[in-house]
Design a protein around this ligand. Structure first.
Ligand code: FES
Length: 65
């Protein structure tokens, strides 16, 4: 799914950036130009980042348990 239409950035690309260590939208923007044009995608991008972080936290909890 495209998150940022202006730059053609997909949810998968954002998830990959989070897996590589990005924690905030600003971190993701260091790797991808998401939100760098009209800004309409920023809320959706933040939601993808949060969802990915929750998944990572759940995975590490499952490993620790
Ligand atoms: S949709 Fe992402 S900057 Fe416009």
């Amino acid at each position: 799914m495209y998150v940022c239409v202006c730059h053609g950035i997909t949810e998968r690309q954002i998830r990959r950036a989070v897996e590589q260590g990005a924690r905030t939208l600003g971190d993701v923007q260091m790797k991808l130009p998401v939100g760098g044009c009209c800004g309409q995608c920023e809320d959706c991008a933040r939601e993808v980042i949060r969802d990915c972080q929750r998944a990572k936290a759940g995975a590490s909890t499952a490993v620790a348990a």
